[in-house]
Design a binder for this molecule. Structure first.
Ligand SMILES: Nc1ncnc2c1ncn2[C@@H]1O[C@H](COP(=O)(O)OP(=O)(O)OP(=O)(O)O)[C@@H](O)[C@H]1O
Ligand SMILES: [Mg+2]
Length: 265
């Protein structure tokens, strides 16, 4: 987690100076490749994302979605390529608290002894000093974020004691408390029922309307139209991009999900 930057941003998405005033795309990915030894998970991926929009990254299991997210959020060093967030390096954007990240459920240790409130407070670490003592504005931002995702009454629970949909909302609250401008949400709907899906979809649309740039990964097409305006089809590289309605045409889906000898690498 990054340390305080003293810029005073972070009282909510509508707050801070300037990232969106920049002419730069919110996210710009150029020629990105990610490998694990011999396995090339992401190959030469290039795309830009504008703000005020929810975009889906759609691809089958193993198509490279999480690897791409990890590289974009700076957790994984790419083999090649460049990532710019509002014109900054991914590392700088992270230090500036601009990037909110929801890991895929499988990557989280749900047994960790930490409450829902503490998870959301992690979104404020970047505004605190090294001692990480929350101030009033941090507590207020956390309370507001919990309220917004409807988890106020669960704030004291250990994080693992939430349902699947509630866990997703807790991580979303962390990004909201952070005041992140770019939200990278890895499978925010996996294992989530209809009602929670609707809640999360509405939250994401609301955040985008306030100016956030939201990228969500999904591995199936159910609910896609409800969630995102635009989708990028990923099969290690970008195989198609368009409005959701267009992406859902069978000939386009086949590019990402059809039989192809490129899979299983
Ligand atoms: N830590 C790792 N070490 C080695 N190979 C990995 C590692 N993580 C992922 N891979 C491989 O990289 C490829 C892409 O995996 P990744 O997790 O990015 O896919 P994904 O699209 O997120 O899949 P899912 O829908 O199952 O979450 C797969 O072939 C996977 O086996
Ligand atoms: Mg994944």
């Amino acid at each position: 987690m990054s340390e305080g930057n003293g810029r005073g941003r972070g009282d909510g998405l509508a707050g801070g100076p300037g990232a969106e005033a920049s002419a730069e795309p919110a996210l710009s990915v150029r020629g990105l490749s990610v490998s694990y030894g011999e396995v090339r998970a992401v190959r030469d991926v290039t795309f830009d994302l504008p703000s005020h929009r929810v975009t889906a990254l759609l691809g089958m299991n193993g198509s490279g979605k999480s690897s791409l997210f990890n590289a974009v959020s700076g957790f994984l060093k790419p083999e090649a390529g460049d990532v710019r967030v509002f014109g900054m390096s991914a590392a700088r954007a992270r230090r500036e608290n601009l990037v909110g990240y929801m890991p895929q459920s499988e990557a989280v240790d749900w047994g960790f002894p930490i409450s829902v409130r503490e998870v959301v407070m992690m979104g404020r670490y970047g505004y605190m000093g090294p001692g990480r003592h929350p101030r009033r504005r941090d507590r207020e931002a956390v309370a507001a974020a919990l309220e917004r995702v409807g988890l106020t009454e669960f704030a004291h629970r250990q994080i693992g004691q939430l349902s699947g949909g509630q866990k997703k909302r807790a991580f979303l609250a962390r990004s909201i408390a952070q005041g992140a401008r770019l939200l990278l949400l890895d499978e925010p709907l996996a294992g989530v029922d209809r009602v929670s899906t609707r809640t999360i979809a509405d939250l994401l649309k609301g955040l985008a309307a306030e100016g956030a740039t939201v990228l969500i990964s999904v591995h199936e097409i159910g609910n896609l139209a409800e969630l995102a305006e635009e989708a990028i089809l990923l099969r290690h590289s970008v195989v198609y991009r368009g409005d959701v309605e267009d992406v859902l045409r069978p000939e386009h889906l086949a590019l990402a999900f059809g039989d192809d000898s490129r899979d299983g690498e």
